[in-house]
Design a protein. Structure first.
Length: 573
């Protein structure tokens, strides 16, 4: 849930604090949306039922205490984004006469709260929170009003000041039990008029907002609504969006996300609304989407990462098998100290190589994989793969302290696979591997009566199991046995176009050991220790901070032209 929005000092602190809450959840009653009190034209709208309560949880949490001391935070504190936010904080302090620090934020945090961002580059926002009038009159902002000019809107006085050097404006008002804070006078004046009962266009009346909220149901503890048509066109979004899937996000007109917390389970429920020209015809759920949900029952309990997706093409399937089974390798990537070039006129941030396996989106179609695997390619094309499941795990070998990486691919065909023909096809494909070329490889039966499979013996093992429409390929016999043992389990009635998961608690120690080996051979160790190693220092420290997160999973489905996603975070008891 970390979004690299470039906000003003107060706006950025509000968003960051709300989105990083990490204490014991408590249920709170739903509150009326403040969107009807915000003028139209926003890029995004963030709403909290009880911002003050969430802020208290964050400040008291161990996650916060550990993160601000971590290598990950140390690296972030030297980033371009951090310095931009620090500059905005300084400008806010000079304009308002009040530093926007945590003490200020605690004073400005009420219960029901809403934040609307109107411009990323100019850092324009409007913040409205329900704050008892007694607390309002004791705040540092109220004490600083003498340095502001007095204005009036909707029968209510407000205070505004513009710093001539930076051009930054700060405006605020107290009316009833509400505090309003903005970086534009007109935004605050319009909100005051709306609070007084005036009729004006609001965020709530805009199509992107109304359609998104109508598709999502009741708000969660936190609700984020996005005007994707405007956001995706903003050059700063293209520069700072850490997901690097800007082209894909341009397909959507709006999106909404609700956070719900129950005991040790957090759920982020998302709905993405495609633009009219991007909408798929509304029809019945495909057989492939039913097969994706069915494949999830085959994931072993000790799997480190899995992802399942519907209707892979022949090329996607061959690429998946090539990377996971036939030619698994780690690309040699030199550590770079230079950020990627950004073309704010229309370019996207990119890098020379991906540094991690994405689990939040299906793999993209690749250029044609090795055309030499003709038998296997032909078998896949004839059968027609309806869904695919990829499984990977990292395990520490107790005897040698080495990290063992196991992988498996499960393919569900439209009809039954020909087991004998598949063994011939897989054996041919395996001949292209350096480990088996020239070796006297042969298939040997393994497993028991109910879980039998074949192992291709050479300088390393390759296992294959076939049961009707299900094909299993793996480099680890225990993984094949575990999958075969789950075939008789009853499938669920759910459907999914895509599903994925990461078991953080089971893989942390093995991944720490692996990251140390990766960084040991990288250029980062030759820089005199000037900054933490990327994997073993920066990323590993974030993993330690979030050690309470046992696992993360995502389920994506498509209904009525909309894309629905549920991301589930499971915390340790």
């Amino acid at each position: 849930m970390r979004r690299a929005w470039v906000l003003s000092a107060a706006g950025a602190t509000i968003c960051a604090s709300v989105l990083c809450v990490s204490a014991v959840p408590q249920s709170r009653p739903a509150a009326q949306s403040l969107a009807e009190r915000m003028p139209r034209g926003a890029l995004l709208y963030l709403e909290a039922r009880d911002f003050s309560g969430l802020l208290r949880e964050w400040n008291a949490s161990q996650v916060k205490q550990q993160w601000v001391k971590s290598d990950n935070y140390e690296v972030f504190s030297r980033s371009r984004l951090f310095f931009r936010l620090a500059e905005a904080q300084k400008q806010f302090a000079l304009t308002a006469g009040v530093p926007p620090d945590m003490n200020f934020l605690v004073q400005a945090a009420g219960g029901e709260s809403g934040l609307a961002l109107y411009d990323i580059g100019k850092l324009e926002f409007l913040y409205v929170t329900k704050l008892p009038s007694g607390r309002s009159m004791q705040s540092a902002l109220w004490e600083a009003r003498r340095g502001f000019e007095t204005r009036s809107a909707g029968g209510t006085p407000f205070y505004a000041h513009t710093n001539q050097e930076s051009g930054r404006t700060v405006a605020f008002a107290f009316t009833g039990d509400y505090l309003l804070l903005a970086t534009r006078e007109d935004l605050l004046a319009s909100s005051l008029e709306l609070l007084s009962g005036a009729q004006q266009d609001t965020i709530a009346g805009e199509k992107w907002f109304s359609e998104a909220t109508a598709s999502a149901g009741e708000p969660g503890e936190l609700r984020l609504v996005l005007n994707m048509e405007k956001i995706a066109a903003a050059p700063h979004f293209r520069s700072y969006w850490i997901q690097q899937n800007v082209s894909d996000m341009r397909r959507y007109a709006a999106a909404i996300s609700d956070l719900r917390r129950e005991e040790n389970v957090w759920r982020e429920e998302r709905v993405l609304l495609p633009k009219p020209e991007e909408q798929s015809p509304v029809g019945e759920t495909s057989e492939s989407e039913r097969e994706v949900a069915s494949l999830l029952r085959l994931v072993p309990g000790d799997a480190g990462m899995y992802r399942a997706f519907a209707s892979p093409s022949v090329e996607q399937t061959m690429t998946l098998l090539d990377e996971d089974i036939f030619r698994p390798h780690a690309a040699q990537v030199s550590t770079s100290k230079i950020a990627p070039t950004v073309n704010l006129a229309g370019g996207e941030v990119g890098s020379a190589a991906d540094l991690e396996t994405r689990i939040d989106q299906p793999p993209e179609a690749q250029e044609a994989a090795d055309e030499s695997n003709t038998l296997l390619r032909g078998a896949i094309a004839r059968i027609g793969v309806q869904s695919a499941l990829e499984i990977r795990s990292a395990r520490l070998d107790a005897a040698s302290s080495f990290v063992e990486i196991s992988s498996a691919v499960v393919l569900r065909g439209a009809t039954d696979w020909d087991a004998n023909a598949l063994r011939d096809a897989v054996a041919e494909a395996a001949q292209d591997m350096a480990a088996t070329r020239g070796a006297n490889a042969s298939w040997q039966p393994r497993g028991g009566i109910s879980s039998s499979f074949f192992e291709l013996q050479g300088f390393f093992s390759l296992d294959i199991g076939v049961r009707g429409k299900t094909l299993i390929l793996s480099n680890d016999d225990s993984t094949v046995s575990a999958i075969l043992a789950k075939l008789d389990a009853k499938p669920t009635d759910s459907t999914a176009a895509y599903a994925a998961g990461f078991n953080h608690s089971l893989n942390r120690e093995a991944l720490f050991r692996l990251s140390e080996a990766l960084d040991h051979s990288s250029d980062s160790q030759t820089q005199g220790g000037s900054e933490p190693a990327f994997f073993a220092g920066n990323i590993a420290s974030l993993s330690r901070v979030l050690s309470g997160v046992n696992s993360v999973s995502i389920i994506e489905s498509k209904s009525g032209g909309r894309v629905k996603q549920i991301v589930t975070y499971r915390w340790a008891p």
